[in-house]
Design a protein around this ligand. Structure first.
Ligand SMILES: Cc1ncc(COP(=O)(O)O)c(C=O)c1O
Length: 460
């Protein structure tokens, strides 16, 4: 345990050093500057380390040979090169829309390593998944009816299960809590008659072999995540006892490991979570069940940084404000719900070097035209001046890959970085920056006169 903490502290230090080196190299190589005022950076070394940590954490508590699929929740970082990198590191994909499935396929993730969960799957989406052999977790009885019909019409290789909501309560953030009494996800297990309905659904359908519960995401304490898995395990045992055979052969425990946004270190770790699960739900780790996990944020958050140029530094009524190019378009959750999603900010000078103190309390604002567009408020930082850079840390998941087109701000470019083998930093384009012409095209540019001519005499 003490060794875990020491290793983690050393890794955190190395991660920060890699990030500093990458920011400086991005400026030197012209990826960041007056004409590229905001970019997303992804640390390839760090992503590989997290993927390896995830795999070894669960391998350490499972009997050798137990089938395990770690499916990355694509929603966390929907970028094809990231999915390919993770796939190469032994990680599959959890998808929740036709777009996410297409991204996983474009990255080369095979259907057998893909899981489809979403609360609103259409018949066409379900048919596609079953044709491909993608695993599906049915969200509710109506979706199960659709699966019944599809299975009657054609056989499938897809492993199929039901998502249940154990209704064990929420965490610190309501919007990412999925196991509350009234959550919109899965079959609410404690509602009257629901548990018996689920058991019967399995007994009537020998092809239902998986069971899924995702207790929630950021803000859910480790103990609650473990309880969610324990509830799913207990239900699987009940179904199998009633069936008189091992009908449920795989438990999908979802994702949700929280990320430490307050400091550089990763806490809790995958190893801690896996050990706690093995201690509290030993039956899940005795080799009778295969395991699926669906981590998103915990795999990528620490490895992404959005860096933005300080366009202007000003003061108003005694308040110091650095006006940067990163705001609501790349950090939507933080801007709209700053209490729930605070981000660490690092200050760099115009050459991309970490800026020394002294610290001054200031606001770090974004470029959008509303007062609340702030990355950080009242933050003590080395004073940000015109031409400096502000970096929002731990933004590799659910941040700059999730562009929000307020003010028609263009999507920034995203670059992966890794050592170049001779002491420097090499970059690779993950996503090109969006051009203004593309913004126009996406905004109906091809249909400029669509409304003015609608219904006009002679327009039909
Ligand atoms: C079904 C499911 N699995 C996995 C995840 C990933 O959660 P996290 O990114 O917190 O690990 C989510 C997040 O919304 C989800 O809904």
């Amino acid at each position: 345990m003490a060794q875990d903490i020491e290793t983690e502290a050393a890794e955190a230090q190395e991660r920060a050093a890699r990030r500093d080196q990458a920011v400086r190299a991005a400026v030197e190589q012209g990826l960041l500057g007056p004409d590229a005022a905001v970019v997303g950076l992804l640390d390839v070394t760090g992503i590989r380390e997290s993927a390896a940590a995830l795999r070894s954490a669960f391998d350490a508590v499972l009997p050798p040979g137990t089938p395990v699929l770690h499916a990355f929740a694509v929603k966390a970082t929907p970028l094809v090169p990231v999915l390919r990198l993770l796939h190469e590191a032994g990680i599959g994909a959890e998808v929740a829309s036709p777009g996410e499935l297409a991204l996983a396929r474009a990255a080369g993730v095979p259907p057998a390593l893909t899981v489809l969960d979403s609360p609103a799957k259409t018949p066409a989406e379900l048919r596609e998944a079953l044709t491909l052999g993608v695993a599906v977790n049915a969200d509710n009885p109506q979706e199960l009816d659709r699966l019944d019909a599809l299975i009657r019409s054609a056989p499938t290789r897809s492993p199929l299960g039901i998502r249940v909501n154990p209704q064990i309560g929420g965490g610190a953030i309501g919007a990412t809590s999925t196991a509350t009494e009234t959550s919109k996800f899965g079959v609410a297990l404690r509602d009257e008659g629901a548990r018996e309905w689920v058991v019967r659904a399995y007994l009537d359908r020998p092809w239902l072999t998986r069971l899924h519960a995702h207790t929630g995401s950021q803000g859910i304490p480790l103990g609650l995540l473990v309880r969610g898995a324990a509830e799913a395990y207990a239900l699987a045992e009940e179904i199998n006892a009633r069936a008189g055979r091992r009908q449920v052969d795989t438990l999908d425990i979802g994702g949700g490991l929280p990320v430490n946004f307050a400091a550089e270190t990763t806490a809790p770790s995958y190893a801690e979570y896996a050990r706690l699960l093995a201690e509290r739900v030993p039956g899940l780790f005795d080799g009778r069940y295969g395991l699926v996990t669906e981590f998103g944020r915990s795999l990528l958050a620490k490895h992404g940084t959005v860096v933005a140029r300080v366009e202007y530094a000003k003061s108003a009524g005694g308040r110091r404000i650095a006006v940067t190019h990163a705001g609501v378009q790349v950090a939507t959750r933080t801007v709209y719900a700053p209490g729930a999603w605070p981000l660490r900010i690092a200050a760099y000078d115009p050459k991309g070097r970490p800026k020394p103190g002294p610290e001054v309390v200031q606001d770090v604002a974004g470029p959008a035209c509303f007062s609340g567009d702030l990355l950080a408020e009242g933050r003590a930082l080395p004073l940000l001046e015109q031409g400096d850079y502000a970096a929002a840390l731990d933004t590799g998941a659910y941040y700059f890959a999730h562009h929000y087109a307020y003010n028609s701000l263009a999507r920034p470019g995203i670059h992966g970085f890794a050592p170049d083998g001779s002491g420097g930093v090499a970059f690779a384009t993950v996503r090109e920056p969006q051009t203004v012409a593309e913004v126009v095209a996406e905004s109906g540019g091809a249909h400029a006169s669509a409304l003015t001519t609608l219904g006009a005499p002679g327009s039909r």
